[in-house]
Design a protein around this ligand. Structure first.
Ligand SMILES: NC(=O)c1ccc[n+]([C@@H]2O[C@H](COP(=O)([O-])OP(=O)(O)OC[C@H]3O[C@@H](n4cnc5c(N)ncnc54)[C@H](O)[C@@H]3O)[C@@H](O)[C@H]2O)c1
Length: 329
């Protein structure tokens, strides 16, 4: 039986690579990636075309030649802090790159997209847990870029019948349970890999602030295991192939962990104390961000399975311990 074809942008990156490996049994996959931040070693046996989404004409040719049934769109620059000082980079790459992609889809008659959106579309929420219909008020250009793409999707659906699922991930984390594949962002800005790397090098780790309004004073975030994110893409694609037209879903565990709980969890996994101290707060960090997960459970039947703190820290620890240089071994 022939498999339905998917074109996957950013498929050599962290979340993309876990997802394509999970989808490859059911779908034929072609990855489009500029390889600036991704790793081909993360997607063995999957075809990768090195192409930047800024190249609209080549993208149109490729879309017309390959003619996928759906596009899964991960490609983006992802550093919220950098987006504040260099918004141009984020609007050009994320927004204009996505526009090229959407136009190539419309021209080739490709009608389905799963889009990697972000909890950053909400900004500092008024209520917790954060529900999908809550006010969208991004606090940085990265979040703006994701919200703008969601707006484009809505309009392209209305005008051209392009159907989509926007998945608003909370904090992606974790690795394959055997530690064979994992997170390798360069530069790394996420707490779990930074903590584990500091631990493995015997360096002191600094927790930003311990005077937040949370149970232990450190920030609380919703962490979602990358294996769960891979799984949610399967569910979203199945729903689109079954006739879903448009939807936005939070992808989180619905449970928040504090920074200090993550450190304690690493200590429990390794059996050794971690060296850490409390530093000052980072400007703009809300106390607590936790996803409302009822909608995705009700409508997609999806629920996180691997997003408990122990599975997250133990899988990530295995990956970093076995691959101190990331995908360069
Ligand atoms: N990692 C998280 O915690 C998180 C949270 C919320 C949302 N997201 C979203 O999920 C997606 C994937 O995140 P990730 O952590 O895997 O990031 P990543 O940087 O590991 O992967 C992104 C991939 O896209 C590629 N890319 C970027 N711009 C491109 C362009 N113009 N043309 C072609 N390829 C391009 C990069 O080279 C990289 O391989 C992103 O859209 C991100 O905004 C991630």
């Amino acid at each position: 039986m022939t498999k339905p074809k998917l074109l996957v942008t950013g498929g050599t990156g962290y979340v993309g690579s876990f997802t394509v490996r999970a989808l490859q049994d059911k779908y034929e996959i072609l990855i489009v990636d500029n390889l600036l931040y991704g790793h081909e070693d993360a997607v063995p046996n999957i075809k990768v075309v090195k192409l930047d989404l800024s190249n609209g004409p080549r993208l149109k040719e490729l879309m017309a030649e390959y003619k996928p049934e759906a596009v899964v769109h991960f490609a983006a620059y992802i550093q919220a802090g950098e987006s504040v000082t260099n918004p141009t980079k984020y609007f050009v790459n994320n927004v204009s790159g996505s526009l090229n992609l959407l136009n190539a889809m419309v021209e080739a008659g490709v009608k389905k997209m799963v889009f990697s959106s972000s909890a950053a579309v909400y900004g500092n929420p008024e209520n917790l847990p954060i529900k999908e219909n809550q006010t969208k008020n991004p606090i940085n250009p990265y979040g703006d870029s994701k919200l703008m793409i969601e707006m484009m999707l809505k309009r392209y659906h209305m005008a051209y019948g392009l159907n989509y699922v926007a998945l608003r991930y909370f904090n992606a984390c974790g690795a394959e349970l055997d530690g064979s594949f994992g997170e390798d962002h360069r530069p790394e800005t996420h707490i779990i890999p930074l903590l584990i790397r500091a631990y493995l090098k015997g360096e002191e780790f600094i927790i930003f602030g311990n005077d937040y309004k949370t149970k232990d004073g450190t920030c609380v975030r919703d962490y979602v295991h990358v294996l769960d994110l891979a799984d949610v893409h399967k569910a979203a694609l199945t729903a689109l192939f079954d006739g879903l037209t448009t939807a936005e879903f939070n992808c989180g565990s619905g449970v928040g962990f504090s920074n200090l709980e993550i450190v304690k969890s690493l200590e429990a996994v390794t059996g050794q104390p971690a060296v850490y101290k409390f530093g000052s707060r980072r400007p703009g960090d809300p106390d607590k961000l936790v996803a409302g997960v009822d909608k995705i459970k009700d409508q997609l039947g999806w629920q996180a399975k691997y997003s408990d703190i122990k599975t997250i820290t133990s899988s990530a620890f295995k990956w970093h311990k076995n691959h101190p240089l990331g995908y360069n071994k």
